[in-house]
Write a protein that binds this ligand. Structure first.
Ligand SMILES: CC(=O)SCCNC(=O)CCNC(=O)[C@H](O)C(C)(C)COP(=O)(O)OP(=O)(O)OC[C@H]1O[C@@H](n2cnc3c(N)ncnc32)[C@H](O)[C@@H]1OP(=O)(O)O
Ligand SMILES: CC(C)C(=O)C(=O)O
Length: 560
């Protein structure tokens, strides 16, 4: 008989909440919640080397700068580093009047007193009390009954109330977390919160914050939303409480749970930038805030320079932000694959030509520019890429807007290079391939243009004169206006035996940042029916078009 047991028998399904008339599924988030950053507390307690005062100060300043108004700055009773940072911050006068700092304490008398001591002199502060309430913690951690666990909370609340009374100069706010709320019986969480409210006597003008943690995420996010809606609907004196959410990400749905619970009626969200926090982290405030932003709701937190935010967060946490992290990751606005590149490029073209202020670029849920990112990295080229990829890079890097048919002509060159190199092609690689393929700006031994001049006749027509040189032989060329290209073609045919028929021609101005003013593209056919493309780039349009002719001629009959 096998000794192996199906491991899933160790676990059981999370029970549903009996809430048949739940309201949250039909609601929409139309306003931002109050945000609390717990980067300096839940985030800090979860990193390998907790932040020193320098890092904590830097993180605090960043949070203030981006507009976070409630900041949990630490756990004062954890030790001297925490206590000194918090009391130092309070004394420094660096806490803006509209920012509330918060500290966390277990519901133990000595720890609560230490927490109040750390905040001495603060103009306002939130003291956050917690104790776990769910059966596993009651039985395994505390070995206590429900009544005894409720008593831990009530006793802590009394100490809080009394300590606050000793420092009347501070505008104290109280927060209570029935830790492990999401795995506890709802009636018990309500019972404990009501008991705490009785002690602290909150009012609608001075409400208590009841923070409902998914300390360990244990169910699908709809269950958490049900729990929060149930809690809110059954809480007496709801108007004297701010309902706060504190989710973790053990199942990968910390943001989703907070979003649904917000729809269930919560007022406030706790989390960390880029989802730092215990184990798999807390609700990611960046993701949640920018999710709102992309629905047309201003989250009230400024991520318009997201790279600076990332730099500080990575420095303080010593954890890199993943390349695929929503909104902030290095690769989240980058398409390597051909069909994505094609659609994105068309999306940007449509933005330019249509008068619609709404963001409608396929595959990009948000405008990278809103986060301070450039469009350069939106499309990158490797062997999975298509025409849209290199065309985008040439346009961004060189200002060239290749005609569609020319893109098809150039495509095999790029594909060959990508396959040969087996790596991403950067802008310099693509430009090099282009220069080689069309003899653009090369000093090879092909047809060269020398001693040329462009001027204008009195009627404005462009006049071109110059010489074509190849292998030591030179021939003068000249032409004007629309006849210039056929005149140069004629010289090539008569003097050098290059026979080409012009099929199509286009030109455009080059944008700022490029070292020339005009680009010209020429599609030609050889006598045996091959298509040949030429490209010319120069300060003047006429010279660019002559160069396009020579570029095609060089491909048609490279000189020895
Ligand atoms: C879900 C969260 O993230 S909560 C935040 C957790 N953060 C931290 O723990 C970081 C800061 N903490 C610390 O530095 C330390 O834990 C300290 C200094 C606060 C306390 O340290 P210690 O005195 O060694 O206690 P420790 O943290 O191990 O706690 C264990 C005791 O506290 C009790 N306890 C745990 N939580 C609570 C609570 N909320 N209320 C009351 N008692 C509690 C436990 O039952 C245990 O009691 P026992 O010793 O009688 O068995
Ligand atoms: C103290 C509470 C809010 C907490 O961090 C948790 O339950 O995860």
């Amino acid at each position: 008989m096998s000794m192996l047991r199906d491991p899933s028998t160790k676990y059981s399904a999370f029970p549903q909440v009996n809430l048949p008339d739940r309201q949250w599924p039909t609601r929409t988030i139309i306003a931002p919640p109050r945000w609390l950053s717990t980067d300096l507390r839940d985030g800090n307690q979860a990193i390998v080397d907790p932040m020193d005062a320098h890092k904590k100060n830097r993180f605090f300043d960043l949070l203030v700068e981006i507009g976070v108004k409630e900041i949990e700055v630490g756990f004062p009773s954890a030790g001297a580093t925490e206590f000194d940072f918090i009391s130092g911050l309070v004394r420094s006068g660096r806490i803006p009047q509209d920012v509330l700092v918060q500290v966390l304490t277990q519901s133990r008398e000595d720890l609560i007193r230490t927490s109040f001591a750390s905040l001495e002199g603060a103009h306002a502060a939130i003291v956050h009390l917690y104790n776990a309430v769910s059966p596993a913690w009651r039985e395994v951690v505390f070995g206590m009954t429900r009544d005894q666990v409720r008593e831990i909370a009530v006793h802590g609340a009394k100490v809080m109330r009394d300590e606050a009374g000793k420092q009347p100069g501070t505008d104290w706010h109280f927060q209570y977390s029935p830790e492990t709320f999401s795995t506890a019986e709802l009636d018990f969480s309500l019972e404990v919160c009501e008991a705490v409210m009785e002690v602290l006597a909150p009012t609608p003008d001075h409400p208590i914050i009841l923070n409902l943690p998914a300390t360990v995420e244990a169910a699908t996010p709809n269950i958490y939303a049900d729990q929060v809606e149930y809690f809110i609907r059954n809480l007496p004196n709801r108007d004297s409480a701010v309902i706060s959410l504190h989710t973790h990400n053990d199942r990968g749905t910390g943001v989703a749970a907070a979003e649904l619970a917000l729809m269930a009626g919560a007022d406030r969200v706790e989390g960390c930038l880029f989802g730092n926090g215990e184990r798999t982290g807390n609700c990611c405030l960046v993701t949640m805030a920018l999710n709102m932003y992309t629905q047309g709701v201003d989250p009230g937190i400024d991520f318009s320079d997201i790279d600076r935010v990332i730099e500080t967060v990575e420095y303080c946490n010593q954890i890199p932000v993943h390349q695929r992290h929503p909104y902030g990751g290095e690769l989240v606005y980058t398409a390597f694959s051909g069909s994505h590149q094609d659609a994105i490029k068309k999306g940007f073209m449509a933005l330019e030509t249509q008068n619609d202020p709404h963001w409608r670029v396929p595959y990009l849920p948000i405008d990278p520019a809103d986060l301070g990112r450039s469009y350069e990295a939106v499309i990158r080229v490797n062997s999975q890429s298509g025409k849209g990829g290199f065309a985008w890079v040439l346009e961004q890097d060189q200002g060239l807007k290749l005609p569609k048919k020319m893109q098809a002509d150039f495509s095999p060159h790029v594909q060959r290079m990508a396959d040969q190199l087996g790596r991403e092609l950067n802008a310099a690689d693509i430009w090099e391939a282009f220069r080689k393929a069309y003899h653009v700006k090369t000093t090879d031994k092909h047809f060269q243009l020398v001693d040329y001049e462009e001027s204008r006749a009195s009627d404005g027509t462009r006049i071109f004169t110059g010489r074509i040189e190849v292998g030591g032989t030179a021939q003068s060329v000249s032409g004007r206006g629309n006849g210039l290209i056929s005149s140069v073609m004629g010289t090539l045919r008569d003097a050098f035996g290059v026979e080409l028929e012009v099929v199509d021609y286009s030109e455009h101005a080059l944008g700022a940042g490029t070292d020339a003013n005009a680009a010209a593209y020429l599609e030609c056919r050889t006598p045996d029916g091959h298509t040949i493309w030429g490209c010319g780039i120069d300060e003047d349009v006429a010279t660019a078009s002559v160069r396009a002719v020579l570029s095609a001629a060089n491909s048609a009959r490279p000189a020895k």
